[in-house]
Design a binder for this molecule. Structure first.
Ligand code: ADP
Length: 723
């Protein structure tokens, strides 16, 4: 028998079913959470120690861990959260670990060369040199920045360096984060806001896991209230950290600005647009505890917080919190789980909370805080339905006479219109008049969308694109392709032809590429530099446009057509958000919804602005069907290149589905999106009673099948997409 040594189990950030065992090398005392380099085949990989136990390692000696990396360890809570998330999502723990290590693997910020004043005096002081010396006093700028700040040429700065008046030093961006200033008071809260803030503070003071639902119409001051709670949490505990999650990058920008204004220091910013070195700096400062406020998109949930005490999920109902690719998770649900692990308070904020969250509030599991009205004089808009059967737009146009009349009045008063249409591009379908062919991407059953700005046909699903041809690719007829239906670009074209003198812009993910462009457009709109903004949901959320008084919803029925579980709920939320943009300051707003189904309960509830009636009706239907929030759902999507093989496999899978009380398995069936990139897709849907541990059920089922290598199997707990 050899010497007793320890075995380290190391989780690698890749899709492997479990952690691997390694020997702890002599003289290296590892701890759980340590980042290490461990050999896998011929390579050394970064991994994290998730277990340590005594043992000799059996017959075959284990390979030793190569070394501990000189990097912050992952906190125990972060590690527990990663493992919990993997179990919940029925996926490999290495996937959420990879998200948690994203900042640690980014390159370190490079040192920058800055110029600073020495004691030496210049031989000759010109006005230009004097300006440089003044600009260099008390701050460290690069030579180029210094020249710009002083308004001189680079040569002037270089001359001072050559004379030794300025010296060049290399500095690395400060790893410490500026402390938030908690002495700055926030705005004076109105009675309803103050009551909600007091309750949130109470939740925080209980210093345990608590969830509050901050429920108030758009403009009621939810952001002000949760910033107040953040201030309270930070003041109550000098090492406390706060995480604010938003569903979209464009929204993070607005909240970052408000946090910076409120606390006199920028928060850590975390989303896919943040450059890797900046990401690294945030990651390290969060692990060290010096970065105390993080504003980010869903993956910020996996940051290595040292002492997380408050998590805010703003716009908690938003479907963008659901990550559908790679590691599949819902950031709102995981935020609650993380809060539980961290013993932190969680605040879910929305004007139109999800049915899941409302149910938890109704049953008392979440504390329900309602903000009664808009802050100050701002009123909710009046909402009218335009019955398109009675007042249709002229053929091949999309704006009805009542909507055009309202736009004209708004324009004449110098106010703004938002035309909302949740459809990118020019036309959602291109069809051949000669043979009837609907143009699709190769090997994919999804229509090609025409984009006029780029002159291309684009598949929004696979990213495939091609220039618009002048002949039908199917029958070869010339000039036979027609554009069917409207997208935002087409509505913009129509608005331009009706109001040639108006300033019109489009806001969609094709016209607004990044956070900076989004901010620019939002500012132009806020400054009144745009008369008519045609926008997808990218602009329907969270922004404040003081001069916006008319919202026209071009196709209010759009979301109702798809027919999935949350179609009505989502339509209600989206339209309530979009119409909520109007009249946020002192001017009354109105919204016009163009619909072919004015009698539909969603339209009636919107017109009456009666959320509670809509929710009650929708809850009843869900309860009857045993659907969320009264039951649980999971989906299985199997895909493969060979239809017969896929069918055999899914039939076999159905045969071995475990029998369990309160679980129904539906399928397999061809997915509505039956073919993507040459792969056939089939689906199962599993419904379970609330008390069932659906993740455990799915894991047991998954363990019973061995898919052929060509078949990919993915499990989606609580699916939002049914395609
Ligand atoms: P919500 O998050 O509910 O949409 P916001 O917090 O963005 O609402 O508030 C809407 C607008 O009203 C913002 O410009 C905000 O600064 C302002 N506001 C809200 N409450 C107050 C208050 N108590 N004092 C001053 N301004 C307020």
């Amino acid at each position: 028998m050899g010497v007793m040594s320890r075995i380290a189990s190391v989780l690698l950030p890749m899709p492997l079913p479990e952690a691997f065992d390694y020997a702890e090398p002599e003289g290296l005392e590892l701890a759980i959470g340590d980042q290490v380099a461990a050999p896998l085949g011929p390579r050394l990989l970064r991994g994290v120690v998730v277990g340590l136990r005594e043992g000799a390692g059996g017959n075959r000696p284990l390979k030793p861990v190569d070394r501990r990396l000189d990097e912050p360890p992952l906190p125990a809570n972060t590690l527990e959260f990663v493992q919990w998330a993997a179990r919940y999502s029925v996926d490999a723990p290495g996937l959420p670990l990879a998200i948690a290590l994203r900042g640690a693997r980014a390159p370190k910020p490079r040192p920058v060369r800055v110029a600073s004043l020495t004691a030496a005096q210049p031989a000759r002081v010109t006005p230009a040199r004097a300006r440089v010396m003044e600009a260099a006093t008390g701050q460290a700028l690069t030579p180029a920045e210094l020249a710009r700040a002083a308004g001189v040429s680079a040569g002037v700065v270089k001359g001072l360096i050559d004379e030794g008046v300025l010296e060049i030093r290399e500095v690395v961006a400060d790893a410490r984060w500026p402390e938030p200033d908690l002495t700055q008071p926030g705005p004076t809260l109105n009675a309803s806001q103050a009551a909600a803030a007091a309750q949130l503070n109470q939740l925080i003071d209980q210093r345990g896991f608590q969830v509050g639902l901050l429920d108030g119409v758009t403009g009621s001051g939810k952001t002000e209230v949760y910033l107040e709670a953040a201030a309270h949490a930070l003041a109550a505990d000098s090492t406390a950290q706060v995480l604010i999650l938003l569903p979209e990058i464009a929204l993070t920008q607005a909240v970052i600005g408000r946090v910076a204004a409120r606390f006199g220091a920028a928060p850590g910013e975390w989303h896919s647009d943040v450059a890797p070195p900046a990401r690294r700096r945030v990651w390290e400062a969060v692990a060290a505890g010096s970065c105390r406020i993080v504003v980010g998109a869903r993956s910020a949930l996996f940051l290595p917080f040292a002492n997380l005490k408050l998590v805010v999920v703003d716009e908690e109902h938003d479907g963008s919190f659901k990550q559908e690719e790679g590691f599949i998770y819902h950031a709102r649900d995981l935020a609650v789980a993380r809060g539980k692990i961290e013993q932190a308070a969680v605040v879910l904020a929305s004007a139109t909370p999800s049915l899941e969250t409302l149910r938890n509030a109704e049953t008392g599991r979440y504390r329900w805080l309602r903000l009664s009205a808009r802050h100050g004089t701002a009123q909710l808009p009046t909402i009218d339905l335009v019955n398109l059967r009675e007042t249709p737009p002229p053929s091949n146009t999309w704006l009805s006479p009542p909507l055009v009349a309202a736009m004209r009045e708004t324009l004449e008063r110098g106010e703004q219109t938002l035309l909302f249409l949740n459809r990118r591009g020019y036309a959602p379908l291109v069809l051949c008049r000669a043979c009837g062919e609907r143009l699709c991407a190769p090997d994919t059953e999804s229509w090609l969308v025409e984009h006029r700005y780029s002159g291309r046909l684009v598949c929004h699903l696979t990213g495939f694109s091609m220039p618009k041809p002048d002949r039908c690719p199917h029958c070869g007829a010339k000039d036979s392709l027609v554009s069917i239906g409207p997208g935002v670009e087409r509505v913009e074209e129509e608005a331009r032809s009706i109001f040639p003198e108006a300033r019109i812009a489009v806001f969609s993910s094709d016209t607004v590429f990044d956070a900076r462009e989004a901010r620019r457009l939002v500012e132009a709109m806020a400054q009144g530099e745009i008369d008519i903004l045609v926008a997808t949901q990218a602009a329907a959320k969270g922004h404040n446009f003081p001069k916006l008084t008319l919202v026209g919803v071009v196709d209010a029925d759009l979301g109702l057509r798809g027919g999935d579980l949350r179609a009505a709920e989502r339509t209600f939320q989206l339209l309530a958000q979009a119409t909520g943009r109007a009249g946020r300051r002192d001017r009354p707003g109105r919204a016009l919804l163009q619909t072919y189904a004015p009698e539909h309960p969603v339209m009636q509830a919107l017109k009456a602005q009666d959320r509670d009636a809509f929710v009650a009706a929708e809850m009843e239907e869900r309860q009857l069907a045993g659907l969320p929030p009264f039951g649980r759902l999971a989906a299985v999507i199997a895909s493969g290149p060979d239809a017969a093989q896929l069918e055999d496999f899914t039939r076999e899978m159905a045969r071995v589905a475990p029998n369990a009380e309160g679980v129904d398995v539906f399928g397999p069936a061809d997915a509505p999106l039956g073919l993507v990139r040459g792969r056939r897709r089939r689906r199962f849907l599993v419904r379970a009673d609330r008390g069932v541990d659906l993740s455990a059920y799915m894991a047991a089922w998954r363990a019973r099948v061995r898919p052929p290598s060509a078949i990919r199997l993915s499990i989606d707990i609580d699916p939002y997409s049914f395609l």
